[in-house]
Design a protein. Structure first.
Length: 708
């Protein structure tokens, strides 16, 4: 037989069932109590009625016998007519005694009562016989005998009858007491029974309440415990969904919630700790994994190297082929790093094309071997949509525990070493204290540079550009110099690359533009028709507001736009994507002249040059240095000059150091030249003095003429 499970019922049927059972038991108890109370009441009423009846019966017997006895003396002196009425009264008394005795014999009697009734009946019989005998004597006129009989035996018999009646009364009282005791015992028994029933019903009620409560509380407690476990992060735990429908649904809902929270937590964990593109750990998760790895390496008495790797030319790939190609390059790098390192390493991604790895090694010398492995595996080609992608990385390394014990500090120092590799175009750089000093020096320099721009500590120097044919000056290139209040004169090589890396170059460019336009305004007032060229960086060309700012300066100082020339490096144009071209067209529209600086060192094609709104090509000094000693280089130089002329551009040569180089440039048809042989960069005042002299003479050697 299948066992009935209360917990399978819903909560409200359980409560209804339990309260119904308790109510039925209570009604049953009340019904039984009322029934027994009614029964006892009836019995008590009957007993009391019987007791009263017996008492009345006994009183009637006594009264009737005494009445008959009182009538007898009347007969002695009564006339015959009077005796007839007395006889009638005696007969009535006797009939009443018979009726009373019959009624008394018909009620519930005890043995003592029966015995007493028999005694009364016998006494009555004897009394009646004596009465009859007395009446016969009176009828025969024997009054003396009758009187004697009446005063003797009849009186004694009446006394016996009275005694028998008294015995009957006593027996009736004893019987009544016995019946009262029985009733009292029944009441006590009923009280005990009712008490037992109350205890039983109370026990049943408690048991039922316990079962119902347990069937609700236990699943609720189980659900609460499960909720607490889920709240602590144990999302894999599942609550038993058994029990009532409501509690089962609640447990199921909690399980669904736990699963949803687990999925959301997993998603949030991946979003915050794993890179979406490569699924490699991000910085924080990488540090956590690296700490665990370092703990194992310390136990094994090994060391580790933290490597920071940055994919080279990723920006070029994004600009030329699109971000999908760049993502393919990043994913390819991540896959090769996974294949490269074993369990004694962990790999992550910082941002962009920067990857990080912590690798266990036996000693410090193993760091170089790891770097060589990385370069060998990563410096290859990847193919994306049939397009080959060159993959190479710049590496920075820091050693544990030599360079730091803290993983976060190790990672930062590996990054500094990687930046140094980028700056010096090295394959790999190991962190050293000198790098930290250089970094701190750069940070100090960054703050000083901002202050120098604000306080006008920068200086503008001008280097003339002349025609090699008539030695007349056609313009000048504006160059920035920095006179540091503590370090003295700083070479542009010391702060310009730094300014470009930190984004401060835009402020430097704005400062240069303002001073160059002011110089042009001064020259216009003096009637000097020469241009001034200002170098702009790749960051400047990516600023869409550059044309508006230049136009504002030209209008502010009332300078003709054609007098201002902006020089752009060829490599910067190639690395800048489409934004520089749009900015260049904007500058061209306002009338500013544009020149490509360091031409020949980049990778621009003739088709690319045709798209640019430029007016001048500046040949890099590497093509000019010693060109007079090499005929093949002279032919190459002539080809470049002819290329520029074919595009309708003015061609300028940089870095002219001697007269022989100048003669070659003149022979190949170069339009303008500049260099130390012509004049060193100098201040505006020195340039004015130089222009007053003979242009063919060497530049003055005063301090403010010096090229720093």
């Amino acid at each position: 037989m299948k066992r009935f499970d209360l917990s399978k019922l819903r909560i409200w049927p359980r409560l209804v069932l339990s309260f119904t059972v308790l109510l039925l038991f209570s009604l049953l108890l009340a019904g039984l109590s009322l029934y027994r109370l009614n029964e006892l009441s009836n019995n008590f009423t009957e007993e009391m009625g019987q007791l009263n009846l017996d008492r009345e019966t006994i009183d009637e017997i006594r009264d009737s016998s005494e009445d008959a006895a009182r009538k007898l003396p009347v007969l002695l002196g009564a006339s015959p007519e009077e005796r007839e009425s007395v006889y009638a009264e005696i007969n009535d008394a006797n009939h009443n005694l018979d009726r009373v005795l019959t009624r008394l014999s018909g009620g519930p009697t005890t043995a003592e009562q029966l015995h007493a009734i028999e005694g009364v009946r016998a006494g009555l019989a004897s009394y009646r016989e004596l009465v009859k005998a007395t009446i016969r004597l009176i009828e025969t006129g024997e009054n003396k005998k009758a009187l004697h009989l009446l005063g003797g035996k009849t009186e004694a018999t009446l006394v016996d009858l009275t005694r028998a009646i008294r015995d009957l009364s006593a027996a009736s009282q004893i019987a009544a007491i016995e019946r009262a005791k029985v009733v009292r015992d029944e009441i006590q028994q009923d009280r005990v029974s009712v008490g037992i029933l109350c205890v039983v019903i109370f026990s049943i009620g408690c048991t039922l309440a316990w079962l119902v409560t347990r069937s609700i509380v236990v699943p609720l407690a189980r659900t609460e415990q499960g909720a607490r476990r889920i709240a602590t992060g144990d999302y894999a735990f599942r609550i038993d969904a058994g029990g009532a429908a409501e509690l089962g649904r609640l447990a199921s809902a909690m399980n669904v919630m736990a699963q949803a929270v687990a999925e959301r937590e997993d998603s949030l964990f991946k979003m915050s700790n794993l890179d979406v593109l490569t699924e490699l750990p991000l910085r924080n998760q990488f540090i956590v994994q690296s700490h665990a790895l370092l703990a194992r390496l310390v136990k094994a008495k090994r060391v580790a190297v933290v490597i920071c790797m940055d994919v080279d030319r990723l920006k070029n790939v994004n600009n030329i082929l699109g971000f999908e190609a760049g993502d393919a390059l990043i994913c390819g790098t991540a896959q090769r790093l996974r294949e490269l390192f074993n369990s004694d390493a962990c790999v992550g991604r910082l941002a962009g094309g920067t990857f990080i790895a912590t690798v266990g090694i036996d000693n410090a010398a193993g760091a170089e071997l790891v770097a060589e492995r990385v370069q060998r595996e990563l410096n290859t080609k990847l193919v994306w949509e049939h397009q080959p992608l060159d993959l190479s990385v710049s590496i920075g390394m820091a050693l544990f525990p030599a360079h730091a014990m803290d993983m976060d500090l190790l990672l930062r120092r590996a990054e500094h070493a990687m930046f140094e590799s980028k700056r010096q175009r090295l394959h790999a750089t190991l962190y050293s204290a000198k790098l930290e000093e250089s970094r701190l020096d750069h940070l100090s320099l960054l703050s000083d540079l901002q202050e120098a721009i604000a306080n006008n500590h920068l200086k503008q120097f001008l280097q003339p550009k002349i025609s090699p044919f008539d030695r007349t000056m056609h313009g000048a290139e504006a160059l920035v110099r920095w006179h540091h209040p503590v370090r003295g004169w700083l070479s542009p090589a010391e702060f310009i690359p730094f300014a470009e890396n930190t984004g401060r170059i835009r402020q430097v460019t704005q400062w240069m533009l303002e001073h160059a336009v002011q110089t042009l305004a001064d020259w216009q007032q003096k009637g000097l028709n020469c241009s001034v060229a200002v170098n702009v960086s790749t960051l400047d060309l990516q600023d869409p507001m550059l044309p508006a700012r230049v136009n504002h300066l030209l209008k502010k100082f009332n300078v003709a736009p054609s007098m201002l020339q902006l020089e752009l490096t060829e490599s910067g144009l190639m690395a800048g994507g489409d934004d520089p071209i749009r900015v260049m067209h904007g500058l061209n529209e306002i009338g500013v002249k544009l020149a490509i600086d360091d031409f020949g060192t980049g990778q621009s094609s003739l088709a690319y040059l045709q798209l640019l709104p430029v007016h001048e090509l500046k040949i890099d000094r590497s093509f000019v240095d010693g060109v007079n000693r090499d005929a093949r280089r002279q032919d190459l130089l002539k080809s470049i000059v002819d290329l520029g002329h074919s595009l309708g551009l003015t061609v300028t040569a940089e870095g002219v150091e001697n007269e022989a180089e100048l003669e070659v440039l003149k022979a190949v048809g170069c339009d303008l030249v500049q260099g130390y042989h012509i004049a060193k960069p100098m201040s505006s005042d020195a340039l004015a003095h130089w222009m007053e002299g003979v242009a063919k003479s060497p530049a003055p050697q005063a301090d403010d003429y010096a090229c720093l």
